[in-house]
Write a new protein. Structure first.
Length: 236
């Protein structure tokens, strides 16, 4: 993993393949939900990961796995400019159902490190290294690529004999924030106002406004616009 100082992009989805891999300074500011399994490895800096179940800081050299269909956000911690992250998406919607089965409950979002579940951490980290080397060498073998993808899926799957680190949400404010962004995510196609969100969740208007501004860093109207733009891009 030492030579990943540059930027890189392999977008298999462009030609119907379920795997993509990127290395960049990506920082996500809007919650999203997708059908793919997301595996991210922090190359430098720190990232904040928030899902419906976990909230925590992912440090350099650590992994975060986002389960399919989990609403989540992954952004640079404290807006640090030096953050760089390697992200893999494995899109199950591009695979036949006979290969995937029912995905619900097969994965669980969590953070991995050398100290937390080291056997799983090192297995996934090693396979990421093999995948990156194959792609960057330009000697991709489709059969080997499929094997590596299957191994990453297998190591990331939730099994009873291991548990990913589950970090509790930091406060009731963060829980309320997730309730608010979930409501926005479900109703953004409607003529939604901040008052609608506050009323639905039994918040005062000022509390809802401060809550969203605190955790997104932008006003409600701008956040709603981001969500609508995201949906338009996903539709394309």
């Amino acid at each position: 993993m030492k030579d990943m100082s540059g930027y890189y992009d392999f977008s298999g989805q462009k030609f119907g393949y379920p795997l993509s891999l990127s290395i960049n300074g990506f920082s996500q500011n809007v919650f999203t939900r997708q059908s793919s399994l997301e595996i991210s490895y922090v190359l430098c800096g720190e990232y904040e990961a928030v899902t419906e179940q976990i909230s925590g800081i992912v440090h350099q050299g650590e992994l975060v796995i986002i389960a399919p269909y989990d609403m989540h956000l992954l952004r640079k911690y404290q807006d640090r400019e030096n953050g760089k992250i390697l992200t893999i998406h494995i899109d199950f919607e591009r695979m036949p159902e006979s290969m995937t089965g029912n995905l619900r409950g097969q994965f669980r979002s969590g953070i991995f490190s050398r100290k937390n579940e080291p056997s799983i951490y090192f297995q996934i980290r090693r396979k990421i290294g093999e995948l990156v080397k194959m792609l960057m060498d330009g000697k991709s073998n489709l059969l080997r690529l499929n094997v590596l993808m299957a191994e990453l899926v297998c190591f990331s799957a939730h099994r009873e004999d291991f548990s990913m680190e589950e970090l509790p949400l930091q406060s009731e404010y963060q829980e309320n924030y997730l309730k608010a962004v979930q409501y926005i995510d479900e109703h953004f196609k409607e003529p939604l106002t901040l008052g609608d969100v506050a009323e639905q969740l039994s918040f005062s208007l000022s509390y809802a406004s401060k809550l969203l501004k605190k955790y997104t860093g932008i006003p409600f109207s701008k956040y709603l616009a981001y969500v609508r733009v995201r949906a338009s891009l996903e539709a394309l």
